[in-house]
Design a protein around this ligand. Structure first.
Ligand code: CTP
Ligand code: MG
Length: 248
């Protein structure tokens, strides 16, 4: 990431995007320790990596973090040197945390993105790609990758029922972007628990558009993901301007 690590980023007061960051999970699959968003990657909490990249996205006017309820003050102290953020107490599941953060977004912000703190290396260019697709007219936008593994459907006894055509499958990342009223309506209507916000929008019958995601937007879930992320941090910044080829 850029060398200006210690400089507080300014958000764009004229930006049209608020980002809601659910960061209140425990990180059970990562093993014992602090809440996942506060675990360290290259010496800094995952949430710091995530917010720094969000703040570097040109359209972002506001960032609202849903923190573990016991850590709200600590998270505000942690993030204040990184970017101006609003911190609220998260809820018992991701959906509740998103709802709590969404409630802090003013009605005059036209585009809301929802971004997992656990996808802490997501490049600013992905944030801008999702926001641009909403600005272009989509009600809901998700960043996706093709599925690389062969996928089997199995029964309760682990016997294969069939092979799913992976050409029609996509792995879904965050940030997911929405026209703000669409996300608010989906949350208000959501009866069942959902693991992603686009799922709630789909249930309203609203089309959801896909844009390309990024390998860097992987979700830190298990210890191996932290090891992978540590390596990914050593790679060149994907959003850095490309050097002109020799002789060009
Ligand atoms: N999240 C949240 N509030 C919750 C649960 C999850 O804000 N009550 C957030 C997490 O902090 C994370 C995102 O939702 O940024 C995706 O959730 P996940 O990767 O499942 O994180 P955890 O729930 O923390 O992990 P685990 O399921 O392994 O406990
Ligand atoms: Mg979870």
């Amino acid at each position: 990431m850029p060398a200006d690590r210690d400089v507080t980023a300014q958000l764009n007061a004229r930006g049209d995007v608020a980002v809601v960051v659910p960061a209140a999970g425990a990180g059970v699959r990562l093993g014992p320790g602090a809440p996942k968003a506060l675990r360290l990657l290259d010496g800094e909490p995952l949430l710091v990596h995530a917010v720094r990249r969000l703040a570097a996205a040109a359209s972002v006017r506001m960032i609202v973090v849903a923190a573990p309820p016991a850590d709200v003050d600590a998270v505000l102290t942690l993030l204040t040197p990184v970017a101006p953020v609003t911190v609220v107490a998260g809820g018992a599941d991701r959906q509740e945390s998103v709802a709590a953060a969404l409630a802090a977004v003013p009605d005059d912000v036209p585009i809301v993105l929802v971004h997992d703190a656990a996808r802490c290396l997501t490049p600013p260019s992905v944030v801008e790609r999702v926001a641009a697709a909403v600005r272009d007219g989509a009600d809901a936008v998700i960043p996706v990758l093709p599925v690389v593994d062969t996928i089997k459907e199995v029964d309760a006894g682990e016997t294969v029922l069939g092979t799913v055509d992976r050409a029609v499958l996509r792995a879904v990342q965050t940030p997911q972007g929405f026209r703000a009223p669409v996300l608010r309506a989906a949350h208000a209507a959501a009866a069942d628990s959902h693991t992603d916000d686009a799922g709630a929008v789909e249930k309203l019958g609203t089309p959801v558009r896909c844009v390309p995601g990024s390998d860097l937007a992987l979700k830190i879930t298990r210890p191996i993901d932290l090891a992978l992320a540590t390596h990914l941090l050593t790679l060149p910044d994907p959003d850095a301007p490309q050097a002109a080829p020799p002789g060009a």
